[in-house]
Write a protein that binds this ligand. Structure first.
Ligand SMILES: Nc1ncnc2c1ncn2[C@@H]1O[C@H](COP(=O)(O)OP(=O)(O)O)[C@@H](O)[C@H]1O
Ligand SMILES: [Mg+2]
Length: 266
């Protein structure tokens, strides 16, 4: 199962992506986590120590690798010859980092200067790598994506089976979610589910349900607002390690179960 987590900035994508990855790994799945957000903080919610994460070179910034695989230096402009089909099948194994519970993490870095139309060596390598990831035989791939729509406008999320669209109880996050849902259908993502995060009370839940309902969309799951998540952030400890049975973490466990059940009954 290939899962991409999307939604407006700050809604909780990285919390959910990293925590789900850990939970599925604990269930015994072989999990590949992919950080495709320029902010690159999936290491934090996965519980990879700062000493390790500060040494990770994102693929998009690995000048040597890009040159070796495409035959051209990153930034080579227009007219430069480079391979559009670089070899990528060993990259996850060679550049992936193993984190707690055995989750494997690949940090992609930023695809600079807009869209799939950017004909540059770095982009050729990243595009080939994204394609490769969706074909790999990992049990579960979880990708933390860029805030908003950027990645989905490109080929990045193509080939994913499930898009978890995260919203919080605010109109802008729901508007973004609806745009993402439209884009997802254009790139043939099979299933989109909406998850409400940072929900403090019944009124907030009702608000999200009614806003999604106006577009005939359902809320799949709810994660409560939980101060232990913000406390974990201050302590710089992954939330799943800081407060394993706090309400938000328990809700992500049940999200993981519900997604599994959904796919088992299909
Ligand atoms: N359920 C929650 N309760 C309280 N705070 C949360 C919750 N989910 C996320 N946060 C906080 O919100 C902020 C943004 O979360 P993050 O996962 O980084 O969002 P995104 O990746 O979508 O930008 C973080 O400071 C995080 O600690
Ligand atoms: Mg994030």
């Amino acid at each position: 199962m290939k899962i991409v987590v999307a939604g407006k900035g700050g809604v909780g994508k990285t919390l959910i992506a990293g925590t789900l990855a850990r939970i599925y790994a604990r269930m015994g799945f072989n999990v590949l986590a992919v950080d495709a957000d320029p902010a690159m903080n999936l290491t934090y919610t996965l519980g990879i120590p700062a000493e390790t994460s500060s040494k990770i070179i994102p693929i998009a910034e690995n000048v040597q690798l890009i040159e070796e695989r495409t035959g051209a230096k990153p930034g080579s402009a227009f007219g430069a010859l480079f391979s559009l089909t670089p070899k990528v099948d060993d990259i996850v194994e060679r550049y992936g980092v193993i984190g707690p519970d055995g989750v494997k993490l690949l940090v992609m870095g930023t695809i600079k200067s807009g869209g799939s139309g950017c004909a540059c060596p770095a982009n050729a390598l990243l595009s080939a790598l994204f394609r490769h990831i969706t074909l790999r035989r990992d049990d579960i791939v979880i990708m933390d994506s860029e805030a908003g729509l950027e990645h989905l406008g490109r080929a990045t999320a193509k080939g994913f089976d499930l898009l978890i669209c995260v919203v919080e109880p605010s109109a802008p996050s729901i508007e973004t979610a609806i745009k993402i849902w439209r884009l997802a259908s254009e790139i043939n993502i099979k299933k989109v589910i909406f998850v409400g995060n940072k929900v403090s009370d019944a009124e907030e839940e009702k608000y999200i349900r009614s806003e999604l309902g106006k577009a005939s969309l359902d809320l799949f799951h709810i994660i409560p607002f939980d101060t232990s998540i913000t406390k974990a952030g201050r302590a710089r400890v992954a939330p799943i390690d800081y407060s394993p049975s706090s309400p938000a973490i328990l809700a992500i466990h049940s999200l993981a179960d519900n997604i599994r059940k959904f796919y088992q009954t299909k």
